[in-house]
Design a binder for this molecule. Structure first.
Ligand code: NDP
Length: 300
């Protein structure tokens, strides 16, 4: 089985069209970068990992001004030298930098570190104290200037999404990036249905459970180990394949695992081709049920 750039359409997720941008269809697994750029001795491995991931079809690269205070963006910039067009590049602005002028300045700093003239997607990292109207105004200006193709948010719960939606221009919001894995399924109660209703895919962070509920437990859980082994895949691949599974025949999740080790990058890309059958999904979901009541959004 191969997971090259021609991954079957079934494993793709579409960010819907906006006024200024057409639909974009992306492989349902991309690449995270948190903790990259923190240690210079790891620089070569990190650059190589991102390039390997691109070559294996994981086009979306997620970063943020927060990660290593710009260090991760610098690593991504190095990885994209001469191949910017291969990536769908996502970065995030700190909430306290998300003002009318400050967001534009923050974006320009990110672009400089990334060595590019545009981001494909720019996210508000989490809800803050600056009025959303101001942030959206800055995002709109960045779009007009061609520095940002689309905008979105991160760590917004269902109520925050509804509040955002009431702001003029918010219908252009392309995604909400939230923590989501088999051990942390709270978003399935209200947020995921809300986003489906509004035609907005979810970007799932910590998809192999390095954060949130059951952090560090899921990958060594006996049921997960046994099911992965019986399918001839790794626990991480099982969690990734579960996170991007179609629900009611529709895929609406792009998972963004972070991996530096070459074998991890390869496994993650191969997970694009893994389709779990209904029986496996039912067993997994019985072992790790979604909560039966509303819970606060899991965040790191
Ligand atoms: P992940 O769930 O992606 O876990 C990353 C860890 O898993 C690393 O230690 C990595 O090791 C390891 N790993 C990767 N692939 C495999 C594999 N196939 N088998 C075994 N282990 C594996 O956690 P993150 O918290 O990093 O989340 C992913 C990304 O989401 C972040 O990097 C960031 O881009 C984004 N994010 C966004 C947040 C937000 O607030 N919007 C918050 C947190 C994350 P190694 O690197 O050694 O290969």
């Amino acid at each position: 089985m191969s997971s090259d750039a021609s991954a079957p359409l079934a494993t793709m997720v579409t960010l819907p069209a906006t006024v200024s941008q057409p639909d974009v269809t992306l492989p349902a697994i991309g690449q995270g970068t948190w903790h990259m750029g923190e240690d210079m001795t790891a620089n070569r491995d990190e650059v190589r990992a991102l390039q390997q991931g691109l070559e294996l079809g994981m086009r979306l690269i997620d970063t943020a001004e927060m990660y290593a205070e710009g260090g991760a963006e610098t690593v991504v910039g190095e990885a994209l030298l001469g191949r910017r067009d291969q990536a769908f590049l996502v970065s995030k602005v700190y909430p306290w930098n998300a003002g009318r002028t400050s967001a534009i300045e923050a974006c320009e700093r990110s672009l400089k570190r990334l060595g590019t003239d545009h981001l494909d997607l720019y996210l508000l990292h989490w809800p803050g104290n600056i009025a959303l109207e101001e942030t959206l105004e800055a995002f709109e200006r960045l779009q007009e200037q061609g520095k940002v193709k689309r905008f979105g948010v991160s760590n917004f719960d269902a109520d925050a999404m509804a509040a955002l939606h009431a702001v003029p221009g918010a219908s252009e919001c392309a995604t909400n990036q939230v923590l989501y894995h088999l051990g942390s399924r709270g978003i399935e109660r209200r947020l995921r249905p809300w986003m489906r209703e509004h035609g907005m895919p979810i970007m799932a962070y910590s998809p192999i459970a390095q954060g949130g509920r059951l952090r560090d437990e899921l990958m060594t859980d006996a049921d997960v180990l046994e099911m992965a082994s019986s399918l001839g895949i790794t626990p991480a691949q099982l969690l990734l394949a579960w996170s991007i599974r179609p629900v009611a025949g529709q895929r609406d999740v792009i998972a963004i695992p972070k991996a530096v080790r070459s074998e991890h990058v390869e496994q993650n890309a191969r997970a694009l081709d893994i389709v779990l059958d209904d029986e496996v999904i039912e067993r997994l979901e019985a072992a790790f049920p979604a909560p039966d009541h509303d819970v606060p959004l899991d965040i790191i």
